[in-house]
Design a protein around this ligand. Structure first.
Ligand code: NAD
Length: 598
């Protein structure tokens, strides 16, 4: 059966019936205006949980944070925070009146109902971009989006816990650092790392590579994206002209200088030029928004400006060119891999696109999760992020300091990495170590509300969360802290080309786990819980869940934090024990994780 036809009735409305459906643009910008979350300890909602959801929604759309705030796009191609500006207004108005025993329901960025629940229940439940699997195609999604029925929630865009490029920086750093350890005997010093895509997430790459001591050459077709990363100190320099940029990067690599070079170019042009010149990068990856051939990726034939026009004029022709470019892109990556590059897919599904469009060797290089991350998933480790609702950087510095004390460096390798990371976030780490917060300075600019990220595992996340809650209760921190995470986590996602690629038992596409994760977080009392489809790798390729929990200093918050921040990472242990990973088995044994089938 063709995946876009309805199984029961030919008269049943809608589903896209041919792949040639023309996509009419829905006007996401109607009513656009700049928004910025309120700061400070005053409430405009009736509970801190609702207040936090409102501030974080606004923060996602803050022009300092979002990639295209007018169109409600936060990051990741067309990852949106709300269905429309009218829906945004309705969400904010509802959160302001929401009682502390009520729960707001959000369907693809639109507030669709309020139900009476209880105090321990989440204040908001969010479902974004979910389509019954048989119809879960890009064409079908585009049709629904054009009708104004749905948004692409990405991972943290529609679930209101995006914190700007820092949100991915530490994970990106962990990946490049692990690549240095595993593939180059220690670090990336003196290694040339080539990539593309300097957007919301991809913009973390140049800084992550240099933090891991490597030299980075990064291409983007949109000059303004490179400029933004220069302004935020994520990128060191932009060199005009393909050859001049390559020469500069090669020279820096030769002298082992950890500097990042941006070039305003299409990735395909950059890689094909490297091949022509016989220059083989040591490390090769990509973070263009290849998961979205229409809005996210620019074919080699077009400049950025030409692409803007072409995709509106003839979306179908545009996507054909886009997919053909991805084939060239991946072919060049595989060729460079054959010449010696360590190549890996960085979670944008570009291999699948190339495979589907005729390049049989597209999966010659691995995804970054099996290559560098899975072992951490096996012990429940994953991203842990927190945001100071006060808007005061000092509150984040205080949490930084608290974590350094709570997780002493000498205890284990992960604590050592935590210390290196937290201290690396500061221009003046001595001030932090001395508790001299007035003289602390961030190494990279804040985007929106001050926030921090690090990776924690089972037994660590709850300790950190409870510590923050105590600090709020004692008044050491001036307003509540919000604790959440990316959907890219150890037990929250089914994504066979990314987080669950190559699982030991072959269970890559089984998404029961992601659903269980969402349900566990609801049952545990997270402040808001989300379930999305298509994040990271695009429609049809993933299902995933997220949670955010507020530390407002109350005893109720402490109980919820203890439950959520234990049960959420525990899903990673369940997932990986079930799939047969020995590291997860060991972890389950050490931590008395209750697994009836073991
Ligand atoms: P984004 O849309 O904000 O940025 C993509 C960038 O790629 C843009 O700046 C765009 O101009 C550029 N680009 C597009 N086509 C290009 C081409 N052919 N050559 C050069 N530049 C090109 O997206 P983002 O938030 O940075 O995410 C990038 C990709 O990474 C997405 O597919 C996303 O789903 C995926 N992602 C990966 C992870 C991870 O942890 N690995 C996390 C989040 C997102």
């Amino acid at each position: 059966m063709h995946p876009t036809s309805h199984p029961h009735s030919s008269t049943h409305p809608s589903p896209v019936t041919t792949s040639s459906t023309k996509v009419e643009a829905f006007d996401f910008t109607k009513g656009a205006r700049p928004v910025r979350a309120p700061r400070g300890s005053g409430l405009s909602c009736r509970s801190w949980q609702a207040e936090a959801a409102m501030r974080l929604l606004m923060n996602n759309l803050d022009p300092e944070v979002a990639e295209h705030p007018d169109a409600l796009v936060v990051y990741g191609g067309r990852g949106r925070a709300a269905r429309s500006w009218a829906a945004f207004d309705a969400i904010v108005a509802t959160l302001k009146r929401l009682e502390s025993d009520e729960t707001l329901l959000v369907q693809s960025g639109k507030p669709v109902g309020v139900v009476r629940t209880h105090k321990e229940a989440p204040r908001v439940l969010i479902a974004n971009s979910n389509i019954v699997p048989h119809w879960a195609t890009q064409d079908q999604f585009d049709q629904y989006e054009a009708q104004g029925l749905m948004i692409f929630g990405q991972m943290t865009a529609g679930s209101w816990i995006y914190i700007g490029t820092q949100g991915i920086l530490q994970g990106t750093y962990e990946t490049f650092a692990e690549c240095g350890r595993k593939d180059f005997g220690g670090s990336l010093a003196g290694k040339l790392c080539v990539t593309a895509g300097c957007g919301g997430m991809g913009g973390a790459q140049p800084l992550a590579v240099t933090l891991a001591e490597g030299t980075c050459l990064i291409a983007d077709v949109d000059r303004s994206r490179l400029q933004r990363r220069l302004d935020d100190a994520y990128l060191d320099e932009v060199v005009d002209g393909l050859d001049a940029a390559i020469d500069r990067a090669v020279e820096l690599t030769g002298s082992s200088r950890a500097v990042s070079v941006g070039v305003h170019a299409n990735a395909v042009d950059l890689l094909e030029r490297l091949l022509e010149r016989g220059i083989t990068p040591d490390v090769l990856t990509d973070q263009t928004s290849a998961h979205d051939p229409l809005q996210g990726y620019v074919p080699v034939e077009y400049s950025f400006e030409q692409a803007e026009i072409a995709r509106k004029e003839d979306p179908e022709a545009y996507q054909r060119l886009s997919l053909a470019s991805m084939v060239r892109h991946v072919r060049a990556m595989v060729e460079l891999q054959k010449r010696g590059s360590v190549a890996f897919d960085y979670g944008n599904n570009i291999r699948q696109r190339a495979l589907d469009n005729g390049f049989a060797d597209a999966f010659a290089f691995p995804g970054f999760v099996p290559a560098y991350i899975r072992e951490q998933f096996c012990v429940g480790r994953g991203p842990f992020r927190w945001v100071a609702l006060s808007g005061e950087p000092t509150d984040i510095y205080k949490t930084d300091h608290a974590l350094l004390n709570l997780f002493p460096e000498h205890e284990n390798m992960y604590n050592q990495r935590l210390h290196r990371w937290i201290l690396g976030c500061h221009k003046n780490p001595e001030a932090l170590l001395a508790g001299d917060y007035a003289n602390c300075e961030p190494r990279f600019g804040w985007q929106g509300l001050p926030a921090r990220i690090c990776w924690f595992g089972l037994g660590e996340r709850d300790r950190a969360g409870l510590k923050f809650n105590e600090m709020v209760a004692s008044g050491e921190i001036s307003a509540p802290i919000v604790i959440g995470r990316d959907h890219l986590d150890c037990g929250s996602v089914a994504s066979p080309n990314r987080e669950t690629e190559g699982m030991l038992d072959g269970s890559d596409a089984i998404s029961d786990w992601a659903l269980l994760n969402a349900m566990v977080n609801v049952a545990s009392g997270a402040s808001w819980v989300s379930f999305h489809h298509g994040g990271g790798v695009g429609i049809g390729f993933s299902q995933h869940a997220g949670q955010v929990t507020v530390a407002d200093g109350t005893e109720g918050a402490a109980a919820r934090l203890a439950r959520v921040l234990t049960n959420d990472p525990m899903m990673g242990i369940f997932r990986h024990v079930d799939a047969g990973y020995p590291t997860a088995e060991r972890c389950a044994g050490e931590r008395n994780v209750d697994i009836p089938s073991r």
